[in-house]
Design a binder for this molecule. Structure first.
Ligand SMILES: C[S@@+](CC[C@H](N)C(=O)[O-])C[C@H]1O[C@@H](n2cnc3c(N)ncnc32)[C@H](O)[C@@H]1O
Length: 486
């Protein structure tokens, strides 16, 4: 089932309605610049007023890099300078507000949070965000009012654009999140129905799947997981928090800024800082690295796709029938994947590709190019030389940079089989890159554009893997023919 979170129209009332306006129908820039309120307070002034520090060369501006806003340096900032410093009371975290400590509203929120699975941690902090969004006179209102009104994450895509992603692992995640939000909406309605107003976590306001989706996306696209307070054993909990102003920094894999936490000598409180990781030139955007993530996570959590992302990958299932088909297509000797010898099966178990707790998801792309476990399995099966395999360390068998550890013929057969797997994977996409590119030239909605960009990147990645492996096959074959001539 493809579900999406239905968006309710924002109504004008004395409440701040907890909904999320539709993202997808019109031009990106108009939508993503829209903030919760039309003219929100000046975030830089608010941070300074609250005892934070903001470098004089920092301004909030529309940037080319993202469709919304970002931070830009108005003059050169030397490497190592403090750019932003937030005192401990500014970050928004779940459940540590002293004022909330014992209140009924807080315990109701804690109770709701218990229904959120660990992997959807953004929803837990999202509950806190929704609570502050609903609270009249919230300390964080100057920050919250500056948050985007909409998010371009796939849970808000129309069903057609969820399909347009054309990539099953992401479709699965999107549907899972949508289903969770729809179910959680019901849980909320049930848990909150008989609460007195003073115990209601959202001051009596209705929270639905749409507002939950808004909050989850606001958090997943802006929160950072940092060290929390020290535990009694001296370690630190890993705590997601929203960092006002700092979260105006956009992403780059070549960041010029980084987040550090520092303990104040006088009172032991933790400051969160952004410092210049490099010398920053005038007019440069201030960018942080959100993490070495694949495009699935960038799109799911942040609502954008990184072109030529070196960490992007495609997920395949290790499946003996598929590998037999691929090795036959590659005209490699008779397929053996479906009928492994006992020693081969043992290696598959060591690779976690066989047995009870096997992990059959393998990936292509990313820095490794071919996941080591898949490569090792192919080398082992296609060599079929028990002695040679047993003499070779498993880490070597998993490494693509070790050239032909079981001989050139085996290596060529393994690489050709992976190339055939790539062809099969490409064949699963209903459209070709050229068709996708033609579609992007038309005036399509933001969500269609993102879905099509996403699938183009996946297909391009597969083609890049094929190119790289073909080059390796050619090199190996030429070396082999030189050595057989001498
Ligand atoms: C932490 S916020 C950064 C501030 C945000 N641009 C704004 O206007 O509030 C993260 C969001 O910025 C946008 N973004 C950040 N880096 C981007 C990039 N490299 N390309 C496209 N969009 C980006 C995405 O919408 C993402 O969800």
């Amino acid at each position: 089932m493809n579900s999406k979170i239905i968006l309710m129209a924002t109504t004008v009332s004395q409440f701040r309605p907890l909904t999320c306006a539709a993202a997808g129908a019109t031009s990106t820039s108009v939508i993503f610049n829209a903030r919760l309120v039309p003219q929100p307070p000046d975030l830089i002034k608010w941070v300074k007023r609250e005892g934070g520090f903001v470098h004089k060369a920092v301004k909030i501006a529309q940037t080319e890099q993202s469709d919304g806003f970002g931070l830009v340096a108005t003059e050169e900032i030397p490497k190592g300078s403090d750019i932003i410093v937030l005192p401990e009371h500014i970050p928004l975290k779940f459940g540590d507000s002293e004022a909330d400590g014992e209140s009924g509203a807080h315990s109701a929120l804690v109770n709701l949070a218990q229904h959120v699975p660990e992997e959807l941690w953004a929803m837990k902090l999202g509950l806190k965000l929704l609570q502050e969004r609903a609270k009249k006179g919230s300390f964080w209102w100057p920050y919250i009012s500056n948050l985007p009104e909409t998010y371009s994450v796939p849970i808000f895509f129309p069903g057609e654009d969820i399909k347009n992603l054309q990539y099953a692992p992401l479709l699965y995640q999107v549907n899972k999140r949508c289903r969770f939000l729809l179910d959680f909406d019901k849980v909320l309605k049930y848990e909150l129905q008989n609460l007195k107003l003073e115990d209601h976590p959202f001051e009596g306001q209705t929270v639905d799947a749409s507002s939950l989706g808004w909050a989850m996306s606001a958090v997943s696209s802006r929160a950072f997981r940092l060290y929390g307070n020290k535990r009694p054993d001296g370690t630190h909990a890993d705590v997601p928090m929203m960092l006002p102003l700092i979260d105006m920094c956009n992403h780059s894999f070549n960041p010029n800024a980084e987040i550090v936490q520092e303990q104040e000598a006088t009172n032991g409180r933790t400051l969160v800082k952004v410092i210049a990781g490099t010398q920053i030139k005038q007019d440069d955007p201030l960018v942080l690295n959100y993490g070495n993530l694949n495009n699935d996570l960038f799109l799911l959590d942040y609502g954008f796709v990184v072109p030529s992302n070196p960490y992007d990958c495609v997920e395949l299932k290790y499946d003996s029938a598929l590998l037999d088909a691929a090795s036959m297509a590659a005209a490699v000797t008779s397929p053996t994947f479906s009928s492994p010898a006992t020693w081969q099966q043992q290696i598959l178990s060591q690779l976690n590709l066989d047995g009870e707790n096997s992990q059959l998801k393998v990936s292509l792309g990313g820095p490794e190019l071919v996941e080591g476990r898949l490569l090792a399995a192919l080398r082992v099966f296609l060599s079929n030389d028990k002695e040679a395999v047993e003499k070779t360390n498993l880490d070597i068998l998993k490494s693509l940079s070790t050239e032909a550890p079981l001989g050139v013929l085996t290596e060529v057969a393994a690489l050709r089989t992976i190339i055939a797997l790539c062809v099969i994977a490409l064949g699963h996409f209903p459209t070709k890159i050229m068709e996708d590119e033609a579609l992007l030239k038309q005036n399509v909605s933001t969500s269609t554009e993102l879905a099509v960009q996403f699938r183009i990147q996946k297909k391009s990645l597969i083609i890049d893997v094929m190119r790289d492996l073909t080059r390796r096959v050619k090199l190996l074959s030429s070396k082999e023919s030189v050595s057989s001539q001498t």
